[in-house]
Ligand binder design. Structure first.
Ligand SMILES: Cc1cc2nc3c(=O)[nH]c(=O)nc-3n(C[C@H](O)[C@H](O)[C@H](O)COP(=O)(O)OP(=O)(O)OC[C@H]3O[C@@H](n4cnc5c(N)ncnc54)[C@H](O)[C@@H]3O)c2cc1C
Length: 415
């Protein structure tokens, strides 16, 4: 089955058409209408979708639009790149011009999509309006704003792209003392990386252990101890209320009244899906842009994936889910509707002082955790009342058991 979609025409199954590798055959089109596929975003979700699409269709015009410079890079390396001395240029794998050639696409850089007109099938940039037959929103997620007071609250760093990384690196090069606000995966990875690079790191977060939203407490405690052993001053159960300038230093005031003096402050407090474009276009939005298993939004010509999307109820801000989604969407955009399948995709925390891999059980899951071993050789299993494995955590030496456990987990979105 293939879908037929055109502006003003809606969507319906198109039967009995031999597919010849040209998606204009199924995407589109009455004369004069665009058959272009437009992808907004050149992060891992946007570029992976483009690559997957080109495996199926080499003829349809493909346009990518990004508000950044369009360099292709692997975002997970941002939190482990400092100690390795990786400059932003070294982390970039290809510039936008190279990507245009690789993908046989037009890539419009430093251009914010200001609006999507879902009725007219158009995206509006400041200087240009473009028609699409299919539109993919791969706009990622933005750092959560913390309610920080103080006269230097606007000077804290957040690292969510190459440009942020460049600014943070330059600041960290100039100072020795780094305050990290946040105890999730990204905060812990930066703490580990910077401590390994010889920085004095203080890490502050409100939870009782790191990785609170990802891993059970014993695993978080193992990581906290390991971070302490490499010199990170981990302060749990505290928030940072204000960041002020004190001469050339920053002075942070914590919720217990204590103060931390630092040269650089990094906030790693989570990311919120970018949904504004979608909601302004009238698409259904909840925790992310709501899409079905075909990555299709409430408008059948607009798709979403990656950090901005809520796929069948799941917002996963990791690489393996977006890779699975891009593979399915690449085929769908080329006229072969393909549903995404999500197996369980455990999350690796790249903290060399104590590696952690975890698959948390669903929030409402009944069951309990059982542990073997401890600290940097721990295996935790979360089993339901019927004995089914629903989640697990491994640390350090037990990491090699992850395949065996992953295979026992239920599929998240079955085929
Ligand atoms: C420091 C760090 C470490 C991580 N480590 C891991 C890890 O070890 N393993 C793992 O699986 N995941 C990790 N992640 C998560 C993973 O990197 C992300 O899930 C993934 O990179 C998200 O890709 P994306 O394409 O959805 O979003 P992004 O990379 O944020 O891309 C969004 C794109 O949309 C563009 N855009 C947004 N709005 C507009 C607009 N209006 N107009 C035009 N363009 C727009 C942006 O310019 C950008 O090109 C990490 C994340 C961070 C921040």
């Amino acid at each position: 089955m293939a879908w037929k979609a055109w502006c003003g025409g809606g969507i319906g199954p198109l039967h009995g058409n031999a597919y010849n590798g040209d998606s204009s055959q199924v995407m589109g089109l009455e004369s004069g209408m665009s058959n272009a596929v437009i992808i907004v975003g050149t992060g891992l979700a946007g570029y992976t979708t483009a690559r997957e699409f080109r495996k199926h269709d080499q003829r349809t015009s493909l346009i990518l639009i990004t508000q950044d410079d369009g360099r292709s890079y692997s975002k997970p390396q941002l939190s482990t790149g400092y100690r390795k001395g990786k400059s932003p240029d070294a982390l970039a794998m290809a510039d936008a011009v190279t990507m245009e050639t690789q993908l046989d696409a037009r890539i419009i850089t430093r251009a914010e999509v200001q609006a999507v007109d879902a009725q007219a099938c158009q995206v509006r940039l400041r200087d240009e309006t473009l028609d699409y037959a299919s539109l993919v929103l791969a706009v990622g997620a933005a750092p959560v704003d913390l309610p920080l007071g103080g006269d230097a609250a606007g000077e804290v760093h957040r690292v969510n792209d190459l440009q942020d990384y460049a600014r943070f690196r330059a600041a960290a090069d100039d100072g020795q003392r780094v305050l990290i606000i946040g105890g999730g995966l990204v905060g812990c990875e930066f703490a580990n990386d910077l401590a390994d690079a010889g920085k004095q790191v203080v890490q502050v977060f409100p939870e009782s252990e790191p990785l609170a939203r990802l891993a059970p407490e014993p695993a978080g405690a193992a990581l906290r101890e390991a971070l302490g052993e490499i010199g990170v001053d981990v302060r749990t159960g505290l928030t940072v209320d204000a960041v002020d300038r004190a001469g050339s230093d920053y002075r942070a005031t914590l919720s217990d009244g204590s103060q931390v003096t630092a040269d650089v402050v990094l906030v790693a407090a989570g990311l919120r899906p970018r949904t504004q474009l979608a909601s302004a276009a009238g698409l259904t939005v909840a925790d992310g842009i709501v899409v079905d298993r075909y990555l299709r939004s409430s408008d059948g010509r607009i798709f979403a994936l990656g950090d901005c999307a809520q796929v069948e109820g799941h917002v996963f801000q990791y690489v393996p889910p977006l890779t699975a989604a891009a593979r399915a969407l690449g085929a769908t955009l080329a006229g072969d509707p393909t549903a995404v399948v999500y197996p369980a995709m455990p999350v690796m925390v790249k903290t060399s002082c104590c590696q952690v891999v975890c698959w948390p059980p669903a929030d409402a899951a009944a069951g309990s955790w059982h542990y073997e071993g401890e600290a940097q050789a721990m295996r935790g299993e979360f089993r339901g009342p019927d004995g089914q494995l629903l989640g697990f955590v491994l640390t350090g030496k037990r990491m090699r058991e992850r395949m065996e456990l992953t295979e026992q987990l239920p599929t998240v979105i079955p085929g």
